[in-house]
Design a binder for this molecule. Sequence first.
Ligand SMILES: [Cu+2]
Length: 111
Amino acid sequence: MVSINNKQFSMKRIDIKVKQNTTQIWKISNKDNMMGEIHPFHIHGVQFRLLSVNGNTPASNMQGRKDTIMTRPGNQYKIMIKFTQPGFFMYHCHNLEHEETGMMGQIQVVP
Ligand SMILES: [Cu+2]
């Protein structure tokens, strides 16, 4: 069973609430050590920067704006995001089987 922060997706739950135009630093860890799967982590409505991979500066081809990063098992990624539009946005694994079985969450950006 796949999840994000040990939760399966629910339309009735806001997982993360952020204030519009604040800069967010998120840590994203792929803890899938059992299946050893890569999870392409995607956020709707924004582009973000990858700050580090396991505490190290990312390769130059990974330093541009992203809307998805490939997360490898055992790795931790630090990203910087700024939500400039208010509303509701999704984040999810872009592996179709995973997103359809609950590897997804909702963000509310409040003015
Ligand atoms: Cu996945």
